[in-house]
Structure formats: structure tokens, C-alpha cells
Design a protein around this ligand. Structure first.
Ligand code: ZN
Length: 353
């Protein structure tokens, strides 16, 4: 009987995923938020952590806040701002141009990675921090393929996000020390060896994208914690990019439950970062999105009942600004409204040696 009920619930949940259709999201797994958040302080950060919720709008955050009973780690960050997400050639960006803006501080055309529309290669935060004078270690932790647009913007230069083989080749040559996500099928066994050379930690847990959070379990929070443990002993600190990659995918599918579930999972990973920052206050943490996906609308609900009634307006990205949240060393500069390109530029500005 219980199985039949569950199947009916599942069918109901799946059939609810449709643009314009009212969906009720309730009974989500709840999590506690951290007791203390490091405040924004002046100074040069030793470590820099950039968390990107792919497709995550303020509405995704609010829906997750309501479904978690009126609490969320991201809400505790003391500095907030907005990031304008348009690309060089479109008001509505894709993840390649959006990722390039956040990684390299330059607008490019949709579909392009780590280069200007004219084809000039751009340096990403990952490459800049790995080189002199910083010599920091670098990590990427994501839940889609590691060759997908957002992580690729941090190490690849190519005219098309679809050049997966070329993107994989460039990751192998990047020297990035912590590589966690999906996308194993893009790499030959020889390339896997090359990736893991010099004691890099490499975990490609799926052939393609990792599963949705309901099946993936605590993958993102767990490997966020693991990445921090691996990188914290780096002599000159580290740069770590963590992506809640599938908020976007769930929203493309107009699936409110999954979109909230992925946002909650991203917030649990953030909780791990905040806990770790208690003992590592010389760290800058910036949380933002590359764009908004789906035009999520919250129509009704109840914080007490941890329930929202929501619709999606589209299965595409939209042209609105996305939120920025920051804390830690140098975080003060992330207040106000800025272009997405300003995010890495400001990160570098506060890290200046
Ligand atoms: Zn998308």
C-alpha cells in the first residue's frame, strides 16, 4: 500500500513539472543552519571560495528558505548585492558566457568559454591564483560533468562549450589539484592518469552528470568538506569553486521540487564552508549565480508548514540580476549592484599582493 502511495506521489510530482502549472513543494528534508557566521573583515584573504548556484535566483533561495522552515545558511551572510548577468551578445546569458564573466571578468558571446568574442584567450581566477605571485592550490567541486560550461570557464578556452574533447584535454593540462564532479566519459584512461598526476585528488563519480540530489545524497556537502580538508594545508592558500550545478537543470525541466531540493543541497554545502571558516577566518567567501533559470514564481505557501506553491514561467534562462552573498576577508566590496564581470575583478582587487 505504501509503495503504491509512493508511486502515486512520484507520478504526481513528475506530472507537476510543466511551465505555468501550479506545483506544491512540501516535506523537503530539513537542515539546521550554522550557529555562527564569520563577519566581513578588511584584509587580504589567504583562501578564496566562490560558490555558484547555476540558475539560482532570489526566488530559488526564498523557496528553499520557506521549505526549510524559515532558515538558510546563505541568509546569514552579512554582505549582499546583485549581479547583472547579460552577455556580450545577448540580454539572456547562457552558462558559458555567464561562467566566463564570473571566472575571467570579461563578457563574451553565449556559447563561448574563457575567451573574448574575437577569440582572445582570457585568464581565469583559477589560472591567476595558480601562478605567481599567488601560487595557490586550486579546486573545482561540481555536480554536473566537470567539462560542463560553468567549471570549464575556469580552465578552458574555446569558441564552443560543445567541444567536450578539447575542454577535457585542457583540464588535463590545467594542473588543478582537486577535481570533483561527473563527466568521466569525456576522459581516456591515459587522461585520467594525467589528471591525477602530482597527487591531485580526482573523483569523477558519474559517466555524465551526477544524479539529482534525491539520489546523489550528500555528495556536494561531503566533497566540499573533503576539498577543504585537502586544500587547507596549501602553503599559500587556495582558490576553490563549488557549483550547485543542477539547480539550473531542474529549472529547465520546470520541476519546482527538484529546483528547491538542489538549492537546499547547495545551502548544506555552504554550511560546510561556514563551519570550516570558523577556524579559517582568513578566507573570502562569495556566493552567487551565473544567471536565473525558469522564472520561478512563488504564489503562496507557509513558512510554518514548510510549503510553497510555485510555477515556472519558462524552461529557458531569464534576463534578471541574481543575488550575491559574501562574508569573510575583504567581503565588504560585494555590496551594491554590479556587473557579473566585477565579481572576479573585486575578488582579485581584495587579494592584491
Ligand atoms: Zn541552463
Amino acid at each position: 500500500m505504501k509503495l503504491i502511495l509512493n508511486l502515486l506521489l512520484l507520478a504526481g510530482c513528475l506530472s507537476g513539472a510543466e511551465v505555468g502549472k501550479m506545483q506544491t513543494v512540501a516535506d523537503m528534508p530539513q537542515h539546521e543552519v550554522v550557529a555562527e557566521v564569520p563577519q566581513a573583515v578588511q584584509g587580504t584573504p589567504r583562501n578564496v571560495i566562490l560558490m555558484i548556484g547555476d540558475g539560482m535566483s532570489s526566488e530559488h533561495v526564498w523557496a528553499a528558505w520557506i521549505c526549510n522552515g524559515g532558515k538558510l545558511n546563505v541568509e546569514l551572510l552579512p554582505v549582499t548585492g546583485f549581479s547583472r548577468t547579460f552577455s556580450a551578445n545577448r540580454l539572456v546569458t547562457d552558462s558559458a558566457a555567464g561562467g566566463t564573466a564570473l571566472a575571467c571578468g570579461e563578457k563574451t558571446d553565449n556559447g563561448m568559454l574563457g575567451q573574448t568574442p574575437e577569440g582572445k584567450a582570457l585568464s581565469s581566477l583559477a589560472a591567476i591564483y595558480a601562478a605567481a605571485p599567488y601560487h595557490k592550490k586550486v579546486g573545482l567541486v561540481v555536480t554536473k560533468a566537470i567539462t560542463d560550461a560553468t567549471p570549464a570557464a575556469f580552465y578552458a578556452h574555446t569558441a564552443s562549450r560543445k567541444n567536450t574533447a578539447e575542454i577535457a584535454r585542457q583540464l588535463c593540462e590545467s594542473g588543478i589539484e582537486v577535481v570533483v564532479g561527473g563527466g568521466a566519459s569525456a576522459f581516456s584512461s591515459q587522461q585520467m592518469e594525467q589528471l591525477g598526476a602530482q597527487d591531485a585528488f580526482v573523483l569523477l563519480a558519474a559517466e555524465g552528470d551526477c544524479d539529482y540530489a534525491a539520489k546523489r545524497g550528500d555528495f556536494l556537502p561531503r566533497y566540499t568538506r573533503k576539498a577543504l580538508e585537502l586544500l587547507e594545508s596549501a602553503p599559500n592558500g587556495f582558490f576553490l569553486m563549488i557549483e550547485g550545478s543542477k539547480i539550473d537543470m531542474a529549472s529547465h525541466e520546470a520541476d519546482a521540487r527538484r529546483a528547491v531540493e538542489e538549492t537546499l543541497d547547495f545551502d548544506r554545502a555552504l554550511g560546510e564552508v561556514l563551519k570550516w571558516m570558523q577556524s579559517h577566518p582568513d578566507t573570502l567567501l562569495v556566493v552567487t549565480a551565473d544567471h536565473q533559470t525558469g522564472g520561478l514564481v512563488i504564489h503562496d505557501g507557509s513558512v510554518k508548514e514548510r510549503k510553497v506553491k510555485a510555477t515556472f514561467a519558462t524552461t529557458s534562462h531569464t534576463g534578471v540580476a541574481v543575488p550575491i552573498y559574501a562574508t569573510g576577508c575583504g567581503a565588504d566590496v560585494f555590496t551594491g549592484v554590479m556587473d557579473n564581470t566585477q565579481v572576479p575583478r573585486k575578488i582579485l582587487q581584495v587579494s592584491k599582493k
